[in-house]
Design a binder for this molecule. Structure first.
Ligand code: NAP
Ligand code: GCO
Length: 256
C-alpha cells in the first residue's frame, strides 16, 4: 500500500550528510523509498560507495558526494557539484555527528572543537549553502539531527550536549529567518540508537542495562525507528511545521 500523497517525495532531491552508515543511511533509505532522489555524503569515499551499492541493489539509484562537512570550501564545492549534476537540493538532512567523550575538566580543546565543528558548525555551513537556493525557489526542507542531549546531559558528554543544545537553537534561528520563504526547518531528536557511535556503550552490560531501564520502551532504538519521522519532516505533510524538535526516544525524555 503506497503512502498518502502528502507523505510522498517523488521529484524531490535530498542530501543526507553523514549517510554512509548508521542513522544517516537509514534516513537516506527512507527518503529514497518515499520517492526522493537521494545523494549520500560522508568523508570515506569507499564506505560511501559501498553504502550506495547496497541501495542500488534494492532499487534505489542514489548518488554520492564525498566531502567533509566541517570544511567551508568543501561544503561550497560539494553543493555546487551536487546541484550541477542532479539539480537543486529540496531536502537537506544535517545528520553528521561525532562523539569525543571525556570529563570537561580533562577535555582537550581539540576534542571540544572537533565535536562542535562536526555536530553544530557543519549544520550552519550546509544549511547556509542549501538555504540560498531554497529561499530563491521559495521551497525547501531542512532537518537537523539533534539528540535527547539537546536537552539532557550526562558526565563525559559536555562537548556533545553543548553542540546538540546549540543545534536546537540553530533550528529555531533558521526557522525565524527562513519560514517566511516557505523553507521549513525542524529538528529530529533520537534517543539511544544502536549504531557505531554507541557501540561501545551498548557493549557495556551496565550501560546497556541503564538504557533499557531508563527508556520506557525498555529497549535501544534502531536507525529504522527514525525513518517515519524523517519522511514526515521532509514531506508536504509538514508544510506548516516550523522550528520544532520531533523527539524519537522511546519515551526517555518524558520521564524521570
Ligand atoms: P555514526 O554511525 O558514527 O555515523 C556517522 C556518519 O557521519 C558516518 O557516515 C561518517 O562517515 C559521517 N561523518 C563523520 N564526520 C563527518 C564529516 N566531518 N563530514 C562528513 N561526514 C562525516 O553515527 P550515528 O549514530 O549514525 O549518528 C548520526 C547522527 O545522529 C549524529 O548527528 C548523532 O549525533 C546523532 N544521534 C545519534 C544517536 C545514537 O544514539 N546513535 C542519538 C541521537 C543523535 P565518515 O566517517 O566516512 O565521514
Ligand atoms: C552517550 C550517547 C548519546 C547518544 C545520543 C543520545 O554518550 O550518552 O552517545 O550521546 O549518542 O546522543 O540521544
Amino acid at each position: 500500500m503506497s503512502a498518502a500523497p502528502q507523505f510522498r517525495l517523488d521529484g524531490r532531491r535530498a542530501l543526507v550528510t553523514g549517510s554512509s552508515r548508521g542513522i544517516g543511511l537509514a534516513l537516506a533509505t527512507a527518503l529514497a523509498a518515499s520517492g526522493a532522489h537521494v545523494v549520500l555524503n560522508a568523508r570515506d569515499a569507499d564506505r560511501l560507495e559501498f553504502a550506495a551499492s547496497g541501495l542500488h541493489a534494492v532499487g534505489h539509484p542514489v548518488a554520492t558526494a564525498a566531502f567533509d562537512v566541517t570544511n567551508e570550501s568543501a561544503v561550497a564545492a560539494g553543493f555546487a557539484s551536487i546541484e550541477s549534476a542532479h539539480g537543486p537540493i529540496d531536502i537537506l538532512v544535517n545528520n553528521t555527528g561525532i562523539h569525543r567523550r571525556a570529563p570537561l575538566a580533562d577535555m582537550s580543546l581539540a576534542d571540544w572543537n572537533a565535536v562542535l565543528e562536526t555536530n553544530l558548525t557543519s549544520a550552519f555551513l550546509a544549511g547556509r549553502a542549501a538555504a540560498r537556493g531554497m529561499i530563491a525557489r521559495r521551497s525547501g526542507k531542512i532537518i537537523n539531527i539533534c539528540s535527547l542531549m539537546s536537552d539532557l546531559a550526562r558526565p563525559t558528554t559536555g562537548n556533545y550536549a553543548a553542540a546538540k543544545g546549540g543545534l536546537r537553537m540553530l533550528t529555531r534561528a533558521m526557522c525565524a529567518e527562513w519560514a517566511q520563504h516557505h523553507v521549513q526547518v525542524n529538528g529530529l531528536a533520537p534517543g539511544y540508537i544502536l549504531t557505531d557511535l554507541t557501540a561501545s556503550l551498548a557493549a557495556d552490560p551496565k550501560f546497556d542495562g541503564w538504557v533499557k531501564a531508563r527508556t520506557p520502551a525498555a529497549r535501544w532504538g534502531t536507525p529504522a525507528d527514525l525513518a517515519g519521522a524523517c519522511v514526515f519532516l521532509a514531506s508536504p505533510a509538514s508544510d506548516f511545521v516550523n522550528g520544532q524538535i520531533l523527539v524519537v526516544d522511546g519515551g526517555l525524555g518524558a520521564v524521570v
